[in-house]
Design a protein around this ligand. Structure first.
Ligand SMILES: *Cc1c(COP(=O)(O)O)cnc(C)c1O
Ligand SMILES: [Zn+2]
Length: 422
């Protein structure tokens, strides 16, 4: 690819009025405040990008780089992505499904959440645009990823978070030597402050002025799902929603693959999952409305999803509706049950957002929105050790004994029974 110009990534375009903009650090249309989105020359990509070409490249999210919005080669987060798509037969049986997969971004490199995807694109673009300071407003995972990837790239970073996040998410930013700013307030207040700082200081905020680039990184989760399923899309995809961006971008990814001829244009449905304590998108969707009513005080253990005024809520609702999808929400109790279901059936320890996704998928099956003989992918987006305190009190404790065989046998006598060797 040309070092300074990506012929496939053409411009930014307003989602509302269609006005086009140059590929700069701007994110809102100046006429109607609509969000700007990256556009591509699909006809050119159709000729240039084949399954064989993709297969010949390293197993990272950058194997689809013609469909990502940077001009040169990626320079930050070059190892991110291509996480496992796990066939989940034991969980499938429990839920009453026949073909279930887990897209396992709990093991995304380097910070164990899907946010490494969006940060890789945003920071690679930030460097192309000449930013020396990068920053973000975050519910935790984004802060971790900006901090780690900026450290590795030698960029100065500031991450702003609600002050009451899980301790592992806070530590998971501090350790990289970044500037961590805790804000007394909810995510929406953090985000508003970041918009002011971005305007005043000209820093590269990955999810404010760099948002059109950032958001496109989420598509790679969809590209990978399709490739890993043998170049087809699952009948159902269940996606956790915070701002709603990931959900819209997985949809965009499936559409683009069909547009450029990498898959058949099959029917697919995208469902959204939120926590009951902060479910503005699911609420609106259930009411049949596309007016997202802000949640002023989110109350949920799924802090990574606790965005009261979701920037892409409106578009997420239309995406679900256009694909015949539904939205569900899960209480704290159901979230913990979801985490344990996934752990005990598939050996995957997900953070609270993963519990939300599993719990909502269960409801979608129970209500018949997902039929038992249809293929389903659950997007599991972050690692459980990051939200350990949410489940710590619900997993029991080790049984402690002296280092003696007799004590051990006393302990397990009734459990082992006929399984013992002698
Ligand atoms: C950020 C995040 C999401 C979803 O984010 P969107 O804003 O909807 O794109 C999902 N899961 C986890 C763990 C996250 O950190
Ligand atoms: Zn516009």
């Amino acid at each position: 690819m040309d070092k300074n110009r990506n012929p496939f990534f053409t411009q930014l375009r307003c989602r509302e009025c269609g006005r086009t903009y140059p590929k700069q650090a701007i994110h809102i249309c100046e006429f109607d405040f609509g969000p700007l989105e990256a556009t591509y020359d699909y006809a050119a990509i159709r000729g240039a990008l084949t399954r064989e070409k993709i297969a010949s490249r390293p197993q990272t999210m950058w194997r689809y780089r013609e469909l990502l919005p940077i001009d040169g080669e990626p320079t930050i987060g070059t190892q991110v992505g291509y996480t496992p798509l796990v066939r989940a037969d034991r969980l499938a049986r429990h839920l009453g499904l026949s073909e279930l997969y887990i897209k396992n971004d709990t093991v995304n490199y380097p910070t164990l959440s899907f946010k490494d995807r969006v940060v890789s694109v945003a920071l690679s673009r930030a460097r192309e645009l000449g930013f020396e300071v990068v920053a973000c407003a975050s519910t935790g995972n984004l802060a971790n990823s900006v901090a780690a990837n900026a450290a590795a790239a030698g960029l100065k970073s500031y991450v702003l978070i609600p002050a009451d996040l899980e301790s592992s998410k806070v530590l998971g930013s501090l350790v990289y030597g970044t500037n961590v700013i805790g804000i007394h307030g909810a995510y929406d207040q953090v985000n508003r402050l970041c918009s002011e700082i971005a305007g005043k200081y000209g820093w590269g905020f990955v999810n404010v002025n760099l948002r059109p680039y950032y958001a496109e990184g989420s598509k790679t989760m969809g590209f990978e799902i399709a490739e890993q399923m043998g170049w087809r899309v699952p009948r159902h995809t269940v996606v956790p929603m915070a701002s709603g961006s990931l959900l819209t971008k997985i949809h965009k990814a499936y559409k683009e693959l069909a547009t450029v001829g990498l898959i058949e244009a099959d029917r697919f449905t995208v469902h959204g999952a939120q926590a009951s304590g902060c479910s503005p998108i699911s609420e609106a969707m259930k009411k049949g409305s596309d007016l997202v009513k802000p949640v002023a005080k989110p109350q949920t253990i799924a802090k990574s999803l606790a965005i009261g005024t979701p920037a892409d809520g409106y578009y997420a609702i239309h995406t679900m509706r256009d694909t015949d999808g539904s939205a569900e929400d899960a209480t704290d109790e159901e979230i913990i049950e979801g985490i344990k279901l996934l752990a005990e059936h598939e050996g995957i320890f997900a953070e609270t957002a993963g519990g939300v996704t599993v719990a909502c998928a269960k409801k979608l099956v129970e209500s018949g929105k997902v039929a038992s003989d249809e293929s389903v992918v659950l997007c599991i987006t972050g690692h459980g050790l990051k939200t350990a305190e949410a489940v710590a009190a619900h997993c029991g404790a080790p049984r402690v004994i002296k280092p003696s065989l007799r004590d051990f046998e006393e302990l397990v006598r009734d459990e082992l029974g006929s399984l013992t060797k002698s």
